[in-house]
Design a protein. Sequence first.
Lengths: 133, 180
Amino acid sequence: MDPKDKRSFKLAIVADYFINPARYKDLPLNSAVYDVLRDLGYGILKMPEAGYPPEKAAEYLIPVMDQAEEYIKRGYQVIAVGLKEIQDGGIHYSLIREEASRRGINPPRLLLLSTSENLNDRSFITQKVSVPL
Amino acid sequence: MVRKVVFLANCLLNQNAKVAQFAFYPGIVYPVVDLLRSRGYEVEQLPCPELTFMGVNRWWQTKDQYDTPGYRKHCRALAKSTADLVEYYKRQGCKVYLVGLDGSPSSGVRLTGRNPAWGGRPYATIEQYQVVEGKGVWIEELEAELARRGLSFDGETGVPMDVPGFRMEDAVKELEKFFE
């Protein structure tokens, strides 16, 4: 790739909670996850909010997986970052796994965080995100 | 208080989607996204029709080259799930905005890129890429789908990252003014 091009070749399919935490009244308002992904240079593929109707979310997932499949095929790293306290991690990971299987690709590595962990600890989040694939 | 939701061009959250030589950040275009989040805007992401149609290793192309029945059909298919999400927020009484990628042949909102002579053996210089007023193919099809549903964005603008001479400082000031 041209040296002028700064892309990281790293992507994260991310639960809406980590981008828009104020939507989730029962969950902590702050976490370091967005900041860490930003600062580590991850590109985001954002999933819809947890309350979005499941059948619509399944349709929304198809172009997300089209993008993920293309990136994986071209050697980009793709991970999935969800929260245990939201159904299916807030990223419909069971559907991601099914779609990946249907497409003959490995599903993105799942990083499932929890509110029982210190989500404000940047070092902790950085370490979790940075585990080699 | 009225909720404010902003739909961002895919590449403003993920520069890996950009055509070669046009990824100016590693991942998130953080001056834009951080500004919106700090002001309480809820952020959503459009899909990237160019990536899903032509792949990440695609050549540079103009709106003229993307303006084909096949690509428009692809954009219309993508527009359905995007419009569903716009409609979901509109039904909740949210204000919904669009921030596209000005200068892009697909995602331009105020400006797009043209050159009717491009085609055949790939050879291009940035000087040949003519930035003109107008919307990209993807934005045209998305807004047509919204219009079919009787919907529209409450405001729209673009970050001109595909315009030669682009300066992020100026773009952020413009965005701050737009969202005042």
